[in-house]
Design a protein around this ligand. Structure first.
Ligand SMILES: [Zn+2]
Length: 341
């Protein structure tokens, strides 16, 4: 789409944004309302050193900058995977980017692009975008879950993105929903992710096969994944149906906990596994309906996302538009005082 004329000479404030994934990265110029004006899509060199990837990010940002003409560029927002410190701009580690350990992303990207840079966790920012201009448009309190290879989340409380003291809040996938449940990728037992992620569904199916449970899934061998389980469930396989229903009930429990903590008006549930549909959603909604106090269910909407793959990109841009200073100032000031003592 040639949208160059729309942004050239418009005098518009735009934010640039990067959504960095292990397979590909996207770059965009985004309006204050969260409208994508220009965009480009690239493959990520996942096995390369962070400096190599950052040089590519920077080149893609320069190319998008060129396209927005005289529009005023406010800064660059980055949706990055994995645990990170949004204040310090450091990515601790990133799933699918094996060489990314304690990368000072804000500093490196700012030096490479000359722009002010802000960084956030991708699922956090996806939730932020859904609250601002997606499925929960205008919601002051929203919970977003993405159920995919893992379970990520983003939480908006009183209109603000919940970050926590170290910027690591809203890891709803690692809420324990049972004490002795299945082992999670994080090393703990009974996490929501250990029941509901695509990876966990496949792992639990393999474990059932290993103990001799009859299922058509045995034919998939090592390549068995959540899409096979969804298809087998549709074809009547009882193990597949059980695993999906169990994942749905686990999600229902997770949502119930989150409702009691955050009292959102909207719960957005996305990600590849959420597309399984009623086999997953019905048991989830049953648990929410049966076990949650009325007050939390009054006016509550539990809905799929609106922004699709663009939510992280839009959320990163909205961080820039809405101003990063309020996230950073108090802690930066207290650190400074600590350093002076
Ligand atoms: Zn976990």
């Amino acid at each position: 789409m040639d949208s160059g004329l729309r942004t050239q000479d418009s005098g518009l404030d735009v934010a640039l944004a990067i959504d960095l994934g292990g397979t590909r990265f996207r770059v965009a110029a985004v309006s204050p309302e969260g409208r994508i004006l220009e965009r480009s899509d690239h493959l990520t060199q996942a096995e390369a050193a962070p400096e190599v990837v950052i040089a590519e990010l920077s080149a893609a940002v320069a190319e998008i900058s060129g396209r927005v003409g005289s529009a005023h560029i406010l800064g660059l927002g980055v949706a990055a995977p994995g645990p990170l410190d949004p204040d310090a701009g450091i990515v601790y580690w990133a799933p699918n980017l094996p060489l990314w350990v304690n990368v000072p992303l804000t500093k490196l990207l700012s030096a490479a692009t000359g722009l002010p840079v802000v960084v956030g966790n991708d699922a956090n920012l996806a939730g932020f975008a859904e609250a601002r201009c997606g499925a929960g448009c205008g919601a002051m309190n929203l919970v977003y879950l993405t159920v995919s290879t893992g379970v990520g989340s983003g939480i908006v409380v009183n209109g603000q993105l919940l970050l926590g003291d170290k910027g690591a809040a809203a890891e709803a996938g690692h809420m324990a929903i049972s004490r002795d449940g299945p082992l999670c990728s994080c090393g703990n037992r009974g996490c929501l992710e250990a029941y509901a992620s695509g990876t966990s569904l496949a792992k639990r199916a393999r474990e059932a096969i290993a103990v001799g449970r009859p299922t058509t899934l045995v034919a998939e061998g090592e390549g068995l994944d959540a899409t096979h389980i969804a298809a087998a469930a549709e074809a009547g396989d009882s193990l597949a149906q059980e695993l999906i229903a169990d994942a749905g009930r686990a999600l229902g429990l997770g949502v119930r906990n989150l409702l009691h903590l955050f009292n959102p008006s909207v719960v957005v549930i996305g990600g590849g596994v959420s597309h399984i549909g009623p086999r997953l959603w019905d048991p989830m909604m049953d648990v929410i309906a049966a076990d949650t106090w009325d007050i939390y269910r009054q006016g509550l909407r539990v809905v799929p996302p609106d922004l699709g793959d663009d939510s992280g990109l839009i959320g990163a841009a909205l961080l820039v538009h809405e101003g990063r200073a309020r996230f950073r100032a108090p802690r930066a000031a207290s650190r400074q005082r600590g350093a002076e003592r």
